[in-house]
Ligand binder design. Structure first.
Ligand code: AMP
Length: 187
């Protein structure tokens, strides 16, 4: 997808309330920068932790957020009902599918098993050439360093189908993520 065609960006990130506040700051920065560029944020619809912080920042800065949350998670994840569109869906599977369909690109912030589940599905689908959407890990606080080691192993030992090492990028800051996604230049 050409950078100027990108209108919606999925943000996958943690719903844990026990993490260091520095991760919440990174989520807020992503939200603010999405709003500034008039890019709609697609996400899991929760108020919790980084998910809620990113969505809140988009809304505070005049942007658009579309959330998809499964009915069975209503109590645990607490839906964020003050966003542009909140969709209650039947299953986590449907949530993942709708998030994928509505997104032109993906930002992967630090997260746990849920974030990894969502992320590896879109990487595996890209490896099978089922889509070409950009996938960008934002390596806040070196969180994804261990993943880089694992990924190198996968490519070095030919465990990936694709020979294209650009299945995804890992960047070190929020501003770099936007540079890679949109071809923005540093001032
Ligand atoms: P976590 O990274 O574990 O904090 O989870 C981040 C988000 O991913 C939460 O909203 C979880 O509900 C969601 N999640 C966890 N597992 C799945 C799944 N199998 N499909 C879709 N979303 C999931």
């Amino acid at each position: 997808m050409k950078p100027n065609k990108i209108q919606t960006v999925a943000v996958y990130c943690s719903a844990s309330v026990k993490i260091d506040p520095l991760y919440l700051d990174a989520a807020r920065e992503v939200g603010e920068e999405l709003a500034r560029r008039q890019l709609t944020m697609i996400y899991g619809g929760s108020t919790r932790s980084m998910m809620g912080a990113a969505a809140e920042a988009v809304m505070t800065h005049g942007g658009r957020v579309i959330g998809f949350i499964p009915k069975h998670l209503k109590k645990i994840e607490v839906p964020k009902d003050d966003i542009t569109e909140l969709h209650l869906v039947d299953t986590s599977h449907i949530r993942k599918h709708l998030m994928f369909e509505h997104s032109d690109a993906f930002f992967i912030l630090p997260g746990g098993f849920g974030t990894l589940d969502e992320t590896f599905e879109i990487i595996a689908r890209k490896d099978l050439k089922l889509h070409e959407k950009p996938i960008i890990f934002i390596n806040v606080n070196g969180y994804w360093d261990a993943l880089s080691v694992m990924v190198k192993n996968i490519f070095d030992q030919n465990f990936a189908r694709s020979e294209d090492k650009d299945l995804f990028q890992i960047v070190s800051s929020v501003s770099e993520a936007f540079q890679v996604l949109l071809g923005e230049k540093n001032d």
